[in-house]
Design a protein around this ligand. Structure first.
Ligand SMILES: [Zn+2]
Length: 475
């Protein structure tokens, strides 16, 4: 069975078919670079990253675009508070954003367009919307007339009447309809601005995204992603702008992740429970943090609290411990033990992992399949101290692909340990060769001394007719 995804447009699971065969074009709403990204942002970015990695694993060529919003009310306020230019503020926090996503092993987007570098394209899009009768200008502001776009509300399921009621709370006499939204905002005293046909001003947030998405990915994109909070009004407005311009479907699949709460509360600066990725990384390793973030399905809420993070840490350690055990098994040239049974179980679990991911990226079920592999490795290692080399490599490579390649959780402790294990192997072999040479020269005293010293270090040395064998004493 192929991949199925839950489409917010229509609110149901659908078979995933990209527009162009073998290629998937994704747009994910990126950060507003006025501050460090927080763990709620991190959840959205990690979810998008796992989806991207899985699509790549399935053989798709993925083009992943995620914007940087470097002009909006928050940017302007913060730059004034900090006494920085908008550009300086944007550079500081976009650098920080790239550092943070890299720390979380999130792959860099193929393109990270910045709003302020696309002002001419944005102005052109607004100009066309006015020309087509979807937008109007009042005193240097330009608004989108939601009554002119028939499908307005189709993503969020909001009815026009409800929208108008809601929007009436903040009455803006310039708007024709309360639900109309700004495409262009006239410059206010002390604010940055760009020259436009409607005077100096700046673009609205929604028009940035739809303009940059279409510039880099075409008029119809495959997947548009973001947090659930972006469904309305942001994504609803993106659809209105884009589809009014092109008459085509803007995005075929809309994927939205649920909230992340902190100890049961919605994260907010006013509640004082605002946790940046940097703060979280002081308490937990990137692997544990990432493991925690994907331990729930992306459409389920997830709560950041000590207990959930403790569970994530323990579970991650169970995985790395089993890999350590696998790597410490001594290699041999042929299968003599339970290798076939091990390999069969691992391959079946890998299939279950893929089935879980094919079912709307069900990461908790996929992780359960990884634990089936953990169990299979541990059972094997309980019964065997040696393993045929190619089986060992295959099991290790499968785990690495699932954990690192798809879930993006590095198991590099193991890789380092594997290197160390290799080094230990070579050293012991070298010492035993020297000891063998001593025995050949009949220096029994020195040869025995070497054996005793190695035994004291935990190595078991056995002289057999086939040569000297060694292994590590198991605790
Ligand atoms: Zn956006």
């Amino acid at each position: 069975m192929g991949l199925r995804v839950f489409n917010t447009m229509g609110m149901r699971k659908e078979e995933f078919v990209p527009l162009r065969e073998g290629e998937v074009r994704i747009y994910a709403c990126g950060p507003t670079v006025y501050d460090f990204i927080h763990i709620g942002n991190a959840r959205a970015f990690v979810v998008a990253d796992v989806i991207r990695r899985y699509l790549e694993y399935k053989g798709f060529r993925v083009i992943f675009v995620s914007n940087i919003t470097d002009i909006d009310d928050k940017m302007i306020r913060r730059s004034q508070e900090m006494g920085l230019s908008l550009q300086q503020l944007g550079e500081i926090y976009s650098d920080a954003y790239f550092e943070d996503i890299s720390a979380l092993n999130i792959k860099k987007p193929n393109i990270s367009p910045r709003a302020t570098q696309h002002i001419p394209e944005i102005i052109e899009a607004i100009r066309k919307l006015i020309e087509k009768g979807y937008a109007y200008q009042v005193d240097g502001d330009v608004y989108f007339d939601v009554t002119k776009f028939e499908g307005y509300g189709k993503l969020s399921g909001n009815k026009m009447e409800a929208l108008e009621m809601g929007a009436r709370i903040e009455v803006n006499p310039k708007k024709r309809n309360p639900a109309d939204f700004a495409l262009w905002k006239a410059q206010k005293e002390g604010e940055p601005g760009w020259h436009s046909p409607w005077g100096w001003g700046r673009p609205g947030w929604h028009i940035e995204c739809s303009t940059m998405a279409m510039k880099y990915l075409g008029e119809t994109i495959d997947i548009h992603m973001g947090g659930k909070d972006l469904i309305f009004p942001h994504h609803e407005n993106e659809i209105a702008q884009a589809e009014a311009l092109t008459g085509k479907t803007f995005a075929r699949y809309w994927l939205h992740n649920e909230w992340l709460t902190v100890e049961g509360e919605k994260m907010s600066k006013s509640l004082g429970n605002f946790i940046t990725v940097r703060d979280a990384l002081k308490m937990y390793s990137p692997q544990v943090l990432r493991f925690f973030l994907i331990s729930a399905h992306y459409r389920s809420p997830v709560d950041f609290n000590k207990e959930n993070l403790r569970v994530a840490k323990t579970n991650f350690e169970r995985i790395t411990n089993s890999l350590e055990r696998l790597l410490s098994l001594k290699e041999r040239a042929e299968k003599k033990g339970d290798e076939d049974a091990l390999l069969l179980e691992v391959k079946e679990a890998k299939k279950r992992f893929e089935e879980a991911m094919d079912d709307d990226f069900n990461t908790p079920l996929a992780i359960a399949a990884i634990f089936d592999i953990v169990k299979a490795i541990n059972t094997y290692a309980d019964r065997n101290s040696e393993i045929e080399s190619s089986v060992k490599n295959e099991v290790y490579e499968i785990m690495k692909t699932l954990m690192e390649g798809i879930l993006g959780i590095r198991v590099e402790v193991e890789r380092k340990d594997a290197g160390q294990a290799l080094l230990v192997n070579s050293l012991v072999e070298l010492i035993l060769e020297i000891r063998h040479e001593m025995r050949r020269r009949k220096d029994w005293k020195m040869a025995d001394e070497i054996r005793e010293r190695l035994q004291a270090l935990g190595f078991i040395i056995e002289d057999t007719p086939q040569g000297t064998k060694w292994r590590l004493r198991r605790e």
